[in-house]
Design a protein around this ligand. Structure first.
Ligand code: HEC
Length: 152
């Protein structure tokens, strides 16, 4: 009798352990989804600040730092898609995981656009910055077209 009670207790503990484990994983996924969404929110805010400089015909040299910020965010971004984080409050499409190489290529493409934006900003030429900013926006859109669900 005593032995059986012990077994039940052990099994109970194992089940409880598994449930705790599951919750931890779910929390970690919610966390990583929030992190990548926050990363993109910051990316969008940085893009808006660049647009502000362009619209105001301001000092485009300031865009050098913004482009560096975009690069830094992009570098972190494609690491925020671990297996299993396709589940939850996310707009990331299954294609991110089924075509991870394509997704990373789209991220690299954006990264290259930030480099060109930084170079244009360094030149101090507003027209060049305006053109490079447009191309950067296209790099965002190219990834969204394939890998992000349309906003609704
Ligand atoms: C390599 C692909 C990729 C690139 C490049 C990319 N995005 Fe995204 N973006 C995504 C994905 C995927 C999501 C959805 C993330 C989620 O919901 O888990 C997203 C979400 C967003 C969101 C919504 C964030 C939220 O509030 O949930 C914004 C805003 C955004 N991106 C802006 C941008 C801007 C601006 C750029 C370019 C400077 C850009 N993105 C470049 C893939 C990309």
């Amino acid at each position: 009798m005593k032995k059986q009670t012990l077994m039940v207790a052990v099994i109970g503990a194992l089940v409880a352990g598994a449930m705790v484990g599951g919750t931890t994983i779910a929390l970690a996924q919610a966390d990583v989804i929030k992190q990548r969404q926050d990363n993109r929110k910051e990316t969008a805010a940085t893009m808006r600040s660049i647009k502000g400089v362009i619209d105001a015909k301001g000092d485009v040299k300031a865009v050098v730092a913004s482009a560096a910020k975009l690069k830094q965010l992009e570098l972190a971004f494609d690491k925020l898609f671990p297996a299993g984080s396709d589940k939850g409050e996310t707009k990331a499409l299954p294609a991110v995981w089924s075509d991870m190489a394509g997704f990373q290529a789209a991220s690299k493409n954006a990264d290259a656009a930030y480099d060109k934006l930084a170079a244009a900003a360094g030149s101090g030429d507003l027209a060049a910055v305006t053109a490079a900013f447009g191309d950067t926006g296209k790099a965002c859109g190219a990834c969204h077209d394939k890998f992000r669900a349309k906003a609704n």
